[in-house]
Design a protein around this ligand. Structure first.
Ligand code: HEM
Length: 467
């Protein structure tokens, strides 16, 4: 809302996208949402009322003040919507899908497991997995005369899944089970998104046994994790060696303050599963877009490399080096501005509320449109340009924290933020230490596919040339 529009409480009315227009656009919205949403906001203003799919009334906003109000200032009045909660049918009630006092209790318990020092302890593992994953590509490039092309999204998904799986479960995760689990998560997620985007297909899904089938996949996923957790508990009961310092052990070791009790096995499973689900696709997408951007901006890749060579002189980076390797981090941050993996977040009002004259009745559904905010020219110079330097200290127009929310905000800020930033900075440095990135000519234009996270619609190839 513009300042001139601030009026007495209850008096302000939002621009409304007529229902017929929402309906007309619902097909285009399902097919390619971002241009439709951007055009709607450009036409009506930063906050509008519309009907999702022509059916569900919702407020779409890219206004930083309103986003802050919902995520931070009055966060107690806003819960995750039924869409997010519906996901818990398949992935359980971990931090991401939980709400209210139970969520707060779990968050307090798990938060220390993600402190800086804890993440620092995982840096070696992240690096080891990055090296392991890139080594076959180095060998392949040698065989192919110095360069090899890779499917980038596939590579980054494999890499980040291995990083999070081994950060949670250390080494007792057999390779075949790791692959199976990754496939189960992907398949379940794809089905869940379809059932939300195309609710009218539900009777058809039911008829074809799709719900039963995906429930069975979810059960298989839980059984697989349950076996790994039981194995760890068994090992812990008869220790041959100190337990691994991983996130599973953290979940098993923490105790509720009030009771001194550990989490129930079911809870441990829910939280471990949430970390696997929330902790890989987002980072995979960010790294995929980063590779895409760096392949198109060799000058930026060269600047990162020059800084890394000056700081590290050829050795691999350690956690303590990262603050002196800012250029890789700025590129990561700028990528998440352009392509925020969590492109939209939803909330529902639990009771009547009011924001700068806007009456918000109980039950109002909000779509917080981070992608729109990250491209709003009111807060960003040349928002469509890739300029990592805007995140460098001492800029004439520094980044406004309220206008940059890739990890959300308020008490539900991403718990894995430090983990993800460290992981992405390290992977970028490891990739550029070994390879020049070249765009493979003749590919179809790369377009975005906003599902739960923002991924490329089709995978694309980048040529890795040995340095
Ligand atoms: C580029 C990487 C990542 C991005 C952009 C990202 C983004 C986000 C965002 C926006 C939220 C808040 C959602 C909301 O308010 O509705 C969130 C929550 C969450 N993220 Fe991340 N995330 C990333 C990586 C990770 C990683 C690596 C982990 C785990 C190690 C993780 C675990 C979680 C969990 C458990 C929550 C729920 C927190 C809560 O509600 O208490 N994320 N993430």
């Amino acid at each position: 809302m513009e300042a001139s529009e601030k009026v007495a409480p209850g008096a302000f009315r939002l621009p409304q996208v007529p229902r017929w227009r929402s309906l007309l656009r619902s097909f285009a919205l399902a097919k390619d949402p971002l241009p439709v949403l951007d055009a709607t906001l450009a036409h009506f203003g930063d906050t509008v009322e519309l009907y999702i799919g022509g059916v569900e009334k919702s407020i779409l906003t890219r206004e930083p003040g309103l986003i802050q109000h919902i995520l931070q200032k009055n966060h107690r009045n806003y819960a995750k919507s039924k869409f997010t909660r519906g996901f818990s049918r398949y992935i359980g009630h971990g931090l991401l899908t939980n709400d209210g006092p139970d969520w707060l209790r779990q968050r307090r318990l798990i938060q220390p497991g993600f402190h800086r020092q804890r993440v620092a302890g995982l840096t070696g593992l992240m690096q080891e997995i990055a090296a392991e994953t890139l080594a076959p590509l180095v060998a392949r490039a040698r065989q192919q005369g110095g360069a090899t092309a890779v499917e980038v999204h596939e590579l980054m998904t494999r890499l980040t899944f291995r990083i999070i799986a081994r950060s949670v479960f250390s080494t007792n995760f057999p390779e075949a089970e790791l692959d199976r689990l990754a496939r189960l998560i992907t398949e379940i997620q794809a089905f869940f998104v379809r059932s939300i985007r195309q609710p009218y297909l539900k009777p058809w899904f039911r008829l074809k046994g799709q719900f039963t089938y995906h429930d069975a996949l979810a059960a298989e996923m839980r059984a697989l994790l349950s076996r790994l957790i039981a194995q760890r508990q068994h090992d812990n009961a008869r220790p041959q060696a100190p337990p691994p310092d991983d996130l599973l052990q953290m979940l098993l070791d923490v105790r509720y303050e009030e009771t001194g009790e550990p989490m129930s096995p079911e809870r441990v499973l829910d939280e471990a599963l949430i970390l696997l689900v929330a902790g890989h696709e987002t980072s995979a997408n960010a790294l995929t877009w980063l590779t895409y951007l760096l392949a198109h901006h060799p000058d930026e890749a060269a600047a990162i490399r020059t800084e890394a060579e000056a700081v590290l002189a050829g050795r691999p980076p350690a956690f303590e080096d990262l603050p002196r390797l800012g250029r890789a981090l700025w590129a990561v941050q700028e990528t998440m501005r352009s392509y925020p993996p969590a492109w939209m977040v939803d909330r529902v009002a639990l009771a009547d509320d009011e924001y700068q004259g806007l009456r918000i009745p109980k039950g109002t559904l909000f779509s917080l449109y981070f992608h729109g905010l990250h491209h709003d020219a009111k807060y960003w110079d040349a928002p469509e340009a890739f300029r990592p330097g805007r995140f460098a200290p001492g800029q004439a127009r520094p980044v406004q924290p309220n206008a940059y929310v890739p990890f959300g905000g308020g008490p539900r800020l991403c718990i894995g933020m430090q983990f993800a930033l460290t992981e992405m900075q390290l992977v970028t440095l490891e990739l550029l230490r070994r390879f020049e990135l070249e765009w493979v000519a003749g590919q179809a234009p790369v377009t975005m596919q906003p599902l739960i996270t923002l991924r490329p619609k089709h995978d694309f190839r980048v040529r890795l040339r040995l340095r």
